[in-house]
Design a protein around this ligand. Structure first.
Ligand code: FES
Ligand SMILES: [Fe+2]
Length: 351
């Protein structure tokens, strides 16, 4: 089950130059994501309604060259043209007296927003595919419309639920992310963290990270961190260190039932960190790779459809994720307001 009526991170803004198109499967559906000559991004179902050829394999014309006054994609098979809103603008095989209301031919279009260098796509429920978004895509605090300083993406061979649960799991760190620069299983100690609901998820309220997180020492000063999670699989870590801020945005996007893309994006205010980018990239790759290797290993067991366990308190965030999903799906189905089922609480675990 994938959640609908919600924004999914689709592609990094910097990966899409004006006039470009990319094909991507999101939630099992083929989508062409393009950028018009003036910079406006758009997204359409990547299937020509005539005979099914992917539109992304055609050409994207500017309003000056398309011959129809707007930007248009030309399908490579019979040259039908489609505007960025999905409406058909031209069928070259028609002779002048063959009357056909071509505007009525339409490819599904998806609302797209580019925020802070991230391109988000709103995937409405199939019951109302043209419904306009009622919510805004996620944003990291304190960075206005700045673009990211660094990002790294990886595909995990698992369903989105296992990727999200792996991401919010506080107990795997000392085992999966063992490294001299991070932590080891010997550094495990008891923790207590306060949680509160947010509009579409929950927040681990501002705290000073545990002393065994050596990674924070590199940043200097005493950091204060707030970590929020929101549906469908967005984690925002906001770190304040003196006058500086670092924000990590982790997005979990289902490509299909068995493949999920994790994109880790960072924003920071420290100019000196730019010099550390190559090394930061290595760390990000190593870190994401450790999570990917573990969820991929997990698939070997999941293939046999075992019953799984969620224990208190270390798996309570995973339980919340399931409850949030259920509530969201219910609100989409009945058209009712989403009610967040989470109450403020302190969770305790050892990690
Ligand atoms: S298949 Fe696209 S125009 Fe015919
Ligand atoms: Fe992890």
């Amino acid at each position: 089950m994938f959640l609908r009526d919600i924004w999914y991170f689709a592609v990094p803004g910097e990966s899409l130059v004006p006039g470009a198109m990319v094909h991507k499967v999101l939630l099992g559906d083929p989508i062409v994501i393009g950028r018009e000559a003036d910079g406006t991004p758009f997204a359409l179902r990547d299937i020509c309604p005539h005979r099914g050829v992917p539109l992304s394999s055609g050409a994207l014309f500017s309003p000056q060259t398309s011959g129809c006054g707007t930007s248009a994609i030309e399908c490579p098979y019979h040259g039908w043209k489609f505007r960025p809103d999905g409406h058909c603008a031209e069928i070259p095989s028609l002779v002048p007296d063959q009357e056909m209301d071509i505007e009525r031919i339409k490819v599904r279009s998806y609302p797209v927003r580019e925020v802070q260098g991230n391109i988000w796509i709103y995937i409405a429920d199939d019951a109302h595919p043209d419904a306009a978004p009622t919510i805004d895509p996620p944003e990291v605090p304190d960075f206005g419309n700045k673009v990211p300083n660094i990002r790294e993406a990886m595909v995990f061979d698992c369903h989105i639920d296992h990727a999200v649960i792996g991401l919010m799991d506080p107990a795997h760190g000392p085992f999966v992310h063992q490294a001299w620069w991070w932590r080891s299983s010997k550094s495990i100690h008891e923790k207590a963290k306060d949680f509160a609901p947010n509009p579409r998820g929950f927040t681990m309220v501002a705290h000073t990270p545990s002393s065994n997180s050596a990674g924070y020492k590199v940043l200097g000063g005493k950091p204060v961190t707030e970590i929020s999670f929101q549906l469908p699989g967005i984690r925002i870590e906001h770190i304040k260190i003196g006058k500086h801020t670092v924000c990590g945005l982790t997005t979990v996007t289902p490509l299909d039932e068995k493949r999920t893309e994790i994109t880790q994006t960072f924003y920071w205010t420290m100019p000196f960190l730019s010099f550390a980018k190559p090394i930061a990239r290595q760390f990000m790759r190593a870190f994401l790779g450790q999570d990917r290797d573990m969820v991929n290993l997990q698939q070997k067991g999941l293939k046999f459809e075992p019953r799984l366990m969620l224990i208190n308190d270390s798996d309570i965030q995973a339980k919340w994720y399931h409850r949030l999903k259920t509530e969201w799906a219910k609100s989409v189905e009945d058209g009712s307001d989403f009610v967040n089922p989470i109450e403020p609480i302190t969770l305790r675990w050892r990690s």
